[in-house]
Design a protein around this ligand. Structure first.
Ligand code: BT5
Length: 332
């Protein structure tokens, strides 16, 4: 009910932004008193809603609170997030999504947390996940027709979609460090962790977990050199719900392109345009051998591998998960 009222207030076509209580109660088939009560609840949650005799209600401002209603009332997706779970605290949204998957939650289920107590990075690393100032989100996907070895390409899809969304909503210029870091002003604003479960030759699920630093004022010492939040760049608080909704819309769009072609060919150009490693000297650290070597990153393949040119002109295609890439003068 609250969600529906918010959605009506947001989508009113009236020039002055007002919508009458009667019109809301007609649309929702509830009494005007019930509408009034929901408006009061929304106000308690921090929404500023003006009420004027003979005109009705008008939404003046929404707070940066992340409630389920705040997010779902602004969602524009067709299938992503139609099953939606919001948790004020969770160990890891990826872990929660795994449990949902086992319980039968469908393709496109989304989990959002306002805090993680055991946020995960890749390769057993941790993801700093304080409460109330960031986005921790997981997309549960069940693409039965996708071969398991293709799942890592979804990290590339998610990186492009998220970078586009952050820029669209906030205006901040973002770049991508292959394969999965989103970088602003040379520092990491977002990380992505893709996990998969398979049975024989089929994907049971792919879970794409995304952490975005939104309103942190600072980071612990060990991260301060390489982490940044959108607020630290912009100098003001950013509302998280519209960012989440744009992330979902962008991911839905790029995922559909990916699934149509079955590879990255349809989105490669846009990804390459945001790729910070492009034509840069990079250091490649091989995980299994611990060997380090330097080369020039040139492009990605349709399968998401990074092509690196060695000094002798030979080209090596490196695969995410098997190597780490560093800039030679710093993190990027
Ligand atoms: C990642 O790993 O970048 C993947 C992060 C994925 C986090 C999301 S949040 C929602 C979902 N649920 C989860 O439990 N996880 C996902 P990786 O490339 O391995 O980078 C991890 C490294 O980044 C750490 O070792 C730190 O050095 C650094 N780091 C940790 N927290 C950070 C933060 N908040 N901002 C920037 N850098 C951070």
């Amino acid at each position: 009910m609250k969600e529906k009222i918010l959605s009506i207030l947001r989508n009113t076509k009236a020039e002055d932004g007002f919508i009458s209580g009667q019109s809301i109660s007609d649309q929702l088939k509830v009494s005007r008193t019930a509408v009034w009560k929901s408006i009061q609840t929304l106000r308690k949650e921090g929404y500023e809603i003006e009420a004027v005799n003979n005109k009705g209600y008008k939404l003046i401002s929404a707070p940066d609170i992340m409630t389920e209603s705040e997010i779902t009332s602004q969602m524009k997706t067709k299938w992503l997030g139609r099953e939606f779970h919001f948790l004020s605290s969770v160990n890891s949204t990826n872990e929660y999504a795994k449990i949902l998957s086992a319980g039968g939650s469908p393709d496109g289920t989304v989990v959002v947390g306002d805090q993680q107590t055991a946020g995960k990075g890749r390769l057993g690393r941790t993801w700093e996940s304080p409460k109330g100032c960031a986005i921790y989100i997981s997309y549960l996907l069940k693409p039965r027709d996708l071969r398991p070895e293709k799942a890592s390409e979804l990290t590339i899809v998610a990186a492009l979609a998220t970078a586009k969304a952050l820029t669209r909503v906030t205006g901040v210029e973002t770049g991508i460090k292959w394969p999965n870091d989103i970088i602003v002003e040379g520092k990491k604003v977002c990380g992505i962790l893709t996990e998969m479960s398979t049975d024989l030759s089929h994907i049971e699920h792919v879970i794409i977990g995304i952490g975005v630093n939104v309103n942190m004022n600072s980071f612990p010492d060990e991260l301060s050199e390489k982490a940044i939040s959108l607020k630290m760049v912009l100098g003001h608080t950013v509302k998280r719900a519209p960012v989440i909704c744009e992330m979902l819309s962008q991911f839905e769009k790029y995922y559909e392109i990916f699934m149509k072609t079955g590879d990255l060919s349809g989105i490669k150009k846009e990804y390459m345009d945001m790729l910070l490693d492009r034509d840069q000297k990079v250091q490649i650290i091989e995980h299994d051998t611990n060997r380090n070597w330097i080369g020039k990153a040139t492009e990605i393949t349709d399968d998401g591998a990074l092509i690196v040119e060695k000094d002798d002109g030979s080209q090596v295609s490196v695969i995410s998960g098997e190597v780490s890439v560093r800039g030679i003068y710093g993190y990027v």
